[in-house]
Design a protein around this ligand. Structure first.
Ligand SMILES: [Zn+2]
Length: 214
């Protein structure tokens, strides 16, 4: 569902451009809004959320999809935790559909899906591992890296129940905006993947902006 935001960029309290292959790791407080903008189009932002006050509580794809009865995320989707608490709500979305089934790229999946020599290519899982290693203050480890959301990524579910990585439906300037229902740690890997059309074989930057609670 396409729904635009009333929030203007010049009122954001923080704005950060995240290059492909880099990560974003910040706390967003309850009531604040966080927007991810696909600056050049056809990018994938692989995202994890944790309760900032108890990081063992985290985003759960299963609980979210079960509660909303829909395989895709868009405006009005409420992102649920593994303790069945609402963590964030998607309050605006100009792309229209986001994946939470396909998982993040890793050196292992690159090897299995593409070729043995892809093993050394940079992957989202590496960016997350680097993020948690460089920021011990969040008290997260490798064990906490779990299933995620792929904002802007187009992963259609087939009639047979399979997944396909398809050409993106996003475009330059499209965004998704979420309102935090609790204090959340936001961990985004801006995907460096070069082997599938999820980012048009050309990974590009995203911008992440935050607005104060109303
Ligand atoms: Zn990736």
């Amino acid at each position: 569902m396409i729904k635009e935001s009333d929030f203007k960029m010049d009122t954001a309290i923080s704005r950060e451009v995240v290059d492909a292959g880099d990560y974003y790791f910040k706390v967003v407080k309850k009531g604040e809004r966080v927007r991810i903008t696909d600056l050049e189009g056809n990018q994938a932002a692989d995202t994890l959320f944790y309760n900032a006050n108890n990081p063992s509580e985290r985003y759960s794809a299963m609980d979210t999809l079960r509660e909303q009865g829909n395989a895709y995320l868009t405006a009005e989707s409420v992102l649920m935790s593994n303790l069945s608490n609402p963590m964030l709500e998607i309050v605006a979305d100009t792309c229209g559909r986001h994946d939470t089934l396909g998982g993040a790229c890793s050196t292992e999946s690159n090897t299995v899906r593409y070729a043995l020599e892809k093993r050394c290519m940079h992957a989202c899982r590496d960016s997350w591992l680097l993020a948690v290693a460089e920021h011990p203050e969040y008290d997260l480890t490798k064990r906490d890296i779990s299933h995620n959301i792929n904002f802007f990524m187009n992963v259609p579910v087939t009639a047979e129940g399979g997944l396909t990585f398809a050409d993106g439906i996003s475009a330059p300037g499209k965004y998704v905006e979420l309102e935090a229902k609790m204090d959340v740690i936001v961990l985004v890997s801006n995907c460096p993947q070069l082997n599938n059309p999820c980012n048009a074989y050309n990974p590009t930057p995203v911008e992440i902006s935050v607005w104060e609670a109303a």
